[in-house]
Design a protein around this ligand. Structure first.
Ligand code: HEC
Length: 230
């Protein structure tokens, strides 16, 4: 077959080009990122051991099938209009995550900044136990098996509540999961993704911050109409 060598060269070139653009070039761009001085210390700050275990619970419960953890840049959808973040997320945000739990689908809201958006642990426990109790009409599945139900009467542990004649007590998995959810925050201003000026303690932009002129993260620049969070 006379076309054989040509075909071989074509396949080789396609493979080499993909390897270069999908593996080598990104490794050059992002592969050597390290913690940076930002906010109160080195960013990203590590998670507590409890929150780290919560990340494993999050994985094992399949939360990634419905929730992402990536706020898209302005102009790429309505993430800002929905209030999912103060700034877009960048590679730096995930440096300590192994594996990175970006998520597959957005059946529920993005959780990249849920720890700042909803900082009340009690809200999360009740929402996990029965989502409709906190969000009427919610289609999120209930995770009741993360709670112990026993007859009321004993001393009520912290974060537990009474429902009818039962006490609802979060299990250690529920505690870890909520610690993880509260640790999900992308509120630190980074050179490549500055917070809107109003949220930073930084001096005004002309005093030498890294914020580019005409900062694209300013809320006033929102161009996307709010869409219902599905
Ligand atoms: C079948 C899809 C689905 C799965 C699986 C799922 N969720 Fe949800 N989740 C939703 C939907 C839909 C909403 C929006 C309605 C609501 O707030 O209850 C939501 C809302 C939330 C919220 C509130 C977000 C906000 O912006 O107020 C949190 C927190 C949350 N989910 C956490 C979790 C965690 C943790 C898990 C895994 C244990 C999980 N979800 C699994 C669908 C899902």
């Amino acid at each position: 077959m006379s076309g054989g060598p040509l075909l071989f060269l074509g396949v080789l070139a396609t493979t080499a080009l993909s390897f270069w653009t999908l593996v080598i070039a990104p490794a050059f761009q992002l592969g050597r990122q390290d913690l940076v001085e930002a906010g109160a210390g080195r960013y990203p700050t590590g998670r507590s051991g409890l929150a780290q275990r919560g990340a494993d619970v999050y994985r094992s419960m399949g939360c990634v099938e419905c929730h992402t953890q990536q706020v898209r840049p302005r102009g790429y959808g309505s993430d800002f209009a929905r209030g999912w973040g103060e700034r877009r997320t960048v590679a730096q945000d995930y440096l300590r995550d192994r594996p990175v739990l970006l998520g597959n689908l957005r059946i529920g809201p993005d959780l990249a900044n849920i720890g700042a958006r909803q900082p009340d642990p009690k809200w999360h426990f009740e929402h996990l136990y029965d989502p409709k109790r906190r969000v009427p009409g919610s289609t999120m599945p209930a995770y009741r098996f993360l709670f112990e139900r026993r007859s009321a009467g004993g001393g009520l542990p912290e974060d537990a509540w009474v429902e009818g004649e039962y006490e609802i007590i979060p299990t250690p998995e529920a505690h870890a999961l909520v610690a993880y959810l509260l640790s999900l925050q992308s509120q630190v201003s980074l050179p490549e993704a500055p917070l809107p000026q109003s949220l930073t303690n930084a001096p005004p932009a002309d005093a030498g911050t890294n914020a580019p002129a005409g900062d694209t993260n300013t809320p006033a620049a929102a161009t996307n109409p709010p869409a219902p969070a599905k």
